[in-house]
Design a protein around this ligand. Sequence first.
Ligand SMILES: *Cc1c(COP(=O)(O)O)cnc(C)c1O
Length: 251
Amino acid sequence: MTSFEPAAAVPPSASDDRSLVLARRLESVAQRIDAATAAAGRTDRPRLIVVTKFHPAADVRRLAALGVRDVGENRDQEASAKAAELTDLDLDWHFIGQLQSNKAKSVAKYASSVQSIDRIQLVSALEKAVAREREATGRADLECFIQVSLEDDAGAHRGGARPSDVEAIAEAIGRSAGLRLAGLMAVAPLGAEPESAFERLAAVSAQLRVQHPDAAAISAGMSQDLESAIKFGATHLRIGSDILGSRPAVG
Ligand SMILES: *Cc1c(COP(=O)(O)O)cnc(C)c1O
C-alpha cells in the first residue's frame, strides 16, 4: 500500500482545465501533509484518501490520472455507480458513510475498506456479504475500521460507536472470516477543538491495540483538521473539499 505521491508533472491525458485545478490542489494538500508529518517528527507518511462524494466519476478518472489510488465515498448508491463506471482503473474504494445492513451486499462488490462500522449487527451483514462476493469473484478481505464517536454529551452527534463499545465490535470483526480489523476511524466533533478529539482517539487506539496489536490504523483528518490529526497519529486522511472544491448542493 503506497500513500499518494504527487506526480512529477501533469500527464498529457489529464491536461484539461479541471485536471489542472485538481493537480494544483492535490499538490498543496500533499505539501500540508509533508509539513505536518515533519512537524510531528514522523517518518511514516499517512495515506491520502481523496473523498469524491458529490463529484462526478469524470473527476475520479482525472484524479487517477494524477496518481490517486484511494478514493472515499459515503453513499452506496453513488459509490456503486461510480465504481461500476470506472472498473478499468486501479482504485481502492473506501466506504466512509453511515451504512445500513441491507447495503452490505452492494458495498462488498466494490469496497476495499469500510471505515464506518459502528455496531455488531453491521459486522455480521458484512461477513455474509463478503463471503458471497468471495465465492463469486474471489475478492480480498475487507479492511474494517470501527468508527468511534468523539462527542461529549453536549456535542452534535456525527455518528460512531461509543469508545466503551469498541472492544466488543473489534472481537466480532476478529471472529469474522473475510474481515480484517484495520483500526479506528473518527470525525472531529463540530465546533470543538480537533486536537483534543484526536488525542482522545489516539488513546482509544492504544487501548484497542492491547488486545488487537495489528489494528493500528487511525483514519482521522479532513480538509479543515488534517494537521491536528497527523499530530495525533493519523495513518489515513480523508480529504474532500480542499481537493475537489466545495460540494454541489444536493436537492
Ligand atoms: C465528506 C467526508 C470527509 C471529507 O471532508 P472534507 O471536509 O470535504 O475534507 C471525510 N470524512 C467523512 C466521514 C466524510 O463524510
